[in-house]
Design a binder for this molecule. Structure first.
Ligand SMILES: [Mg+2]
Length: 294
């Protein structure tokens, strides 16, 4: 093992003065063609942390990217927290990021509703943080069976079939059913919980129209992330732990991608079209040093 000192950055982060273990081997992953300066879309859950613990040496990776001048945007299907909630959680885990460096699917959903309805009357299946976010952006939220423009489905800890029953009737009356994502599962520390996928499937089985899905792996979500961050598609690498959401979505959006083995797809093989796998985000500096030497 070599120990290589990373350059301090100018963010004032307490993490900028540290050393990183670097293995004496060339990275085995090679991009098909050279990128000039890479930019990164980075998933959060299962990549930067799992449950309530940060991935080992994760915080230093963002410091490294800043030091190299490699821009990044954190993109997440987490629907239970706003960007500032996520920022606070990340700060508690040692990650120093600004709220505008985070694009949560909840914000993308709110913007979709604004674009489509201006002020939407929403029947919400999801928790109170999503209700607050919708209301902050001028939409109204109801938990009761009353006329609605949209049925919005976000994560709540326990799904309720009574809500699905109401959602079906509202959809048949013309409300658009909008799911923040349809991930089948999500890692919550040592527990794997069901995601929105089973709830979306239940609703889909009893309505006529398709459900509008906002988050990864939808190409529109990656497009929104690129446009928000000002990244060029050809120079952008998506890093995620879920093959279904992050990697397949990135491939479909014509982005480069790296799978990390710290979350949803820890043991599955690397799909065709993905640029490779890292044991953890902590290996990213070493990988970048090989791919993008000074
Ligand atoms: Mg994830």
């Amino acid at each position: 093992m070599n120990r290589v000192a990373l350059q301090p950055d100018d963010t004032g982060s307490q993490y900028h003065d540290f050393t990183l273990d670097v293995r004496l081997r060339r990275p085995q992953i090679r991009l098909g063609r050279a990128l000039s300066t890479p930019s990164f879309l980075i998933d959060i859950d299962g990549v930067l942390y799992g449950g309530s613990a940060p991935v080992a040496k994760g915080p230093g990776v963002l410091t490294y990217l800043r030091g190299r001048g490699f821009p990044f945007l954190l993109v997440t299907n987490t629907s239970r927290m706003s960007a500032s909630d996520i920022q606070e959680k990340l700060a508690g885990l040692g990650y120093q990021v600004d709220a505008d460096e985070i694009l949560p699917v909840s914000l993308a959903a709110v913007e979709y509703l604004t674009q489509k309805f201006d002020a939407a009357r929403c029947f919400l299946i999801g928790d109170d943080s999503l209700a607050r976010l919708l209301e902050e952006h001028g939409h109204t939220v109801s938990r009761k069976e009353e006329s609605a423009d949209a049925v919005v489905i976000g994560q709540s800890l326990w799904a309720d079939f009574g809500e699905i029953d109401i959602a079906r009737r509202l959809a048949l009356q013309g409300a658009e059913v909008i799911a923040l994502h349809r991930d089948a599962i999500w890692p919550d520390g040592d527990v794997t919980r069901i995601g929105l996928g089973p709830i979306v499937a239940a609703i889909e089985s009893v309505i006529d129209d398709a459900v509008t899905v906002i988050g990864k792996p939808q190409r529109a979500f990656f497009d929104a992330a690129l446009s928000r961050a000002g990244f060029a598609r050809a120079d952008t690498i998506m890093i995620g732990d879920s093959i279904a959401s992050d990697i397949d979505g990135a491939i479909n959006a014509d982005l480069r991608s790296l799978l990390v083995r710290t979350g949803n797809s820890a043991t599955e093989s690397v799909p065709k079209g993905c640029d490779g796998a890292l044991d953890s985000i902590a290996d990213l500096p070493h990988w970048c040093d090989g791919e993008f030497p000074d």
